[in-house]
Design a protein around this ligand. Structure first.
Ligand code: SF4
Ligand code: SF4
Ligand code: SF4
Length: 356
């Protein structure tokens, strides 16, 4: 079973788009060990994602979980996988040594050239973080070269989008993802989206240049849409609310995806008593393709059923927002255009890289 452990509700940054209410509430050791037991209770793999707030504020808990799960894995023969999403400011060599030993996959939340626009320290001066995170990113890549840089873009950061992709690749990241900031702290206008389209075009141009030189970069939004199209995968089918990657709160409660935490209608149980299967079935049955999407030609290529994004944007997990619809159309068009261009440049290399 895969669980996302919210080790703390605290964070040392105050990103402008963050939706978390920060408070010094941490997971107890008792909850931590029960959550590890739950991850090993079902299936042939146990997966933990260390998450927060900022999980590196609770390095002690991560070390305890790694030791405990290593032992459990040896005892049971069940494979243990772990990953972490971090803002990177608290990374150090000793932690990265342990993370490498545990084959931890690390996602570094790093907005590239837009870092200081939105992601600053939670001190009284709101100090910039870019210099620290750049240094930590280099340290991270030295230990775990396949780490992912995860950008989140608010409207005010869009002018930095394409140059951020280039910057992160030049720092050494081979995998970069980019998501839009959603929710009550951001407000998107049509002109922001027009500018995003231009930035996506510039990013495509950069990806073409890399392909021409046989250099590699996996850029989430465009490459995943391209690959899903080639392989006939439907991105909406990836969402299994509350089944594939359940969040665990510091108090040990289980919910479907993160934006449902704290809503009693979506409570799925706790690490002491396990998952309430009736609640899980009832909640899974609620999820369906938004009505407005049923007749759309792109319905099978669009992430229209992400309950989290829909809930943040419209308040209803089954209602997709105009923002998401415009963004999905824009990314699909850009991905198709990119695929055509790369195929024309070298069809053999294209087939080997993307269709193998
Ligand atoms: S690093 Fe993450 S949890 Fe912390 S303020 Fe930023 S978005 Fe929120
Ligand atoms: S493009 Fe818009 S209407 Fe079409 S499936 Fe996606 S969200 Fe729905
Ligand atoms: S609700 Fe969205 S974020 Fe959550 S699992 Fe589904 S697709 Fe992923």
């Amino acid at each position: 079973m895969n669980l996302t452990l919210h080790l703390t509700e605290n964070c040392n940054l105050c990103c402008t788009y963050c939706l978390r209410e920060k408070c010094p509430r941490d997971m107890t050791e008792e909850v931590l060990y029960k959550a590890c037991d739950l991850a090993f209770s079902k299936g042939t793999r146990a997966g933990l994602c260390f998450f927060g707030g900022e999980p590196l504020l609770k390095k002690d808990l991560i070390y305890k979980a790694l030791d405990y799960c290593k032992e459990k894995s040896e005892e049971t023969g069940i494979r243990f996988d772990c990953k972490m999403t971090t803002n990177g400011t608290l990374l150090d060599e000793a932690f990265l040594e342990r993370a490498r030993e545990a084959e931890m996959v690390i996602g570094l939340s790093f907005d590239g050239k837009a870092q200081d626009v939105c992601r600053r320290y939670a001190d009284k001066n709101k100090s910039p973080t870019s210099a620290v995170v750049e240094k930590k990113a280099k340290m991270l890549l030295k230990y775990i070269p396949n780490s992912v840089a995860m950008m989140t873009f608010a409207p005010e950061a869009i002018p930095y989008y394409a140059e951020s992709v280039k910057y992160l690749h030049e720092l050494g990241f081979m995998r970069v993802t980019a998501n839009l900031a959603y929710g009550k702290n951001v407000s998107w206008s049509d002109s922001d989206l027009d500018l995003l389209k231009v930035e996506l075009e510039k990013t495509s141009e950069y990806l073409v240049q890399l392909f021409e030189k046989d250099d590699r970069l996996s850029f989430g939004p465009l490459h995943s849409k391209m690959l899903e199209n080639i392989k006939g995968h439907n991105p909406s089918e990836k969402c299994h609310l509350g089944v594939r990657q359940m969040p665990v709160t510091p108090a040990g409660e289980l919910y479907p995806c993160t934006s449902f935490i704290g809503d009693k209608d979506y409570y799925l149980g706790n690490v002491f008593d396990g998952v309430d299967n009736d609640a899980a079935a009832r909640i899974a049955a609620k999820s369906h393709t938004p009505k407005t999407c049923l007749e759309c030609d792109l319905v099978k290529r669009c992430t229209n059923s992400c309950g989290c994004a829909n809930r943040m944007n419209t308040g209803d997990e089954n209602e997709v927002s105009p923002l998401q619809c415009t963004y999905e159309r824009m990314v699909i068009e850009a991905a198709d255009d990119l695929g055509d261009r790369l195929y024309t440049i070298d069809s053999d290399r294209f087939m080997k890289r993307f269709c193998g």
